[in-house]
Design a protein around this ligand. Structure first.
Ligand code: SF4
Length: 69
C-alpha cells in the first residue's frame, strides 16, 4: 500500500497522525508529509483509519496487489 496526500487540500488538521501515529507523519507546520510513503501490511488498517478521519479527504491509499503478505 502506498500513501498519496493531496497537499493542495490538506489543511493541517493532523487528525491522520492523531488516529494513526505509526503511519502518518506531520511537518513542522502540522501538514501531513507522508506522500509517497509505503505502508507495510501490518499497518494497512491504521492507514485506512487515518484516511477515513481526514476532514478534507486529502488522503488516497493506493492498494497494491499484495505479493508481500
Ligand atoms: S488529517 Fe487530512 S488535512 Fe489533516 S493533516 Fe492529515 S491529510 Fe492533512
Amino acid at each position: 500500500m502506498k500513501i498519496h496526500i493531496d497537499r493542495s487540500i490538506c489543511t493541517g488538521h493532523a487528525l491522520c497522525a492523531a488516529k494513526a501515529p505509526a503511519v502518518y507523519r506531520l511537518d513542522e507546520e502540522g501538514f501531513c508529509c507522508s506522500d509517497g510513503q509505503s505502508v507495510p501490511p501490518a499497518l494497512h488498517e491504521q492507514a485506512r483509519l487515518g484516511a477515513r478521519h481526514c476532514p478534507e479527504a486529502a488522503i488516497f491509499l493506493e492498494e497494491e496487489d499484495s505479493k508481500q503478505a
